[in-house]
Design a protein around this ligand. Structure first.
Ligand code: AMP
Length: 119
């Protein structure tokens, strides 16, 4: 598991920065966003440091699957898995998307009707 110095989410993964972890397995950790935009707002983060979705390669296909499956598990744990209601998965890539933490993460947002476009 690679760790980057000065990476906020690597610090959370290492346990040196506090977070409210709701799920983890060998590949990912999921914790509550510190500034929630919905009743459920959880970040699913790979243990391995990858900058963002734009830097992924074919070798990272398993990691992408682990993020999506982690998000499904989060939805179940949060009680938002009902397919009649649903939830939103978001990955921001770079400055135009206002990507603020350069460690790949999948936002899981739900628990209310969400607007589109997000703004
Ligand atoms: P992004 O803008 O896609 O890079 O998302 C980064 C997210 O990390 C934002 O929604 C922030 O609110 C969230 N965030 C920043 N610092 C923390 C922290 N210490 N614990 C949990 N979430 C955080």
């Amino acid at each position: 598991m690679s760790q980057e110095q000065d990476c906020l989410f690597c610090g959370i993964l290492a346990g040196t920065i506090p977070s409210e972890v709701i799920y983890e397995n060998d590949d990912v950790i999921a914790f509550r966003d510190v500034a929630p935009q919905a009743p459920t707002h959880v970040l699913v983060v790979p243990r391995r440091h990858v900058e963002n979705a734009g830097t992924l390669t074919e070798e990272d296909a398993d990691l992408v699957g682990a993020l999506i499956l982690g998000a499904q598990r989060v939805a179940e744990l949060e009680g938002i898995e009902n397919p009649d209601r649903g939830y939103r998965l978001v990955m921001n890539v770079g400055a135009d998307a206002m990507n603020s933490v350069p460690h790949l993460h999948l936002h899981v947002l739900g628990g209310r009707a969400l607007t589109w476009p997000p703004g």
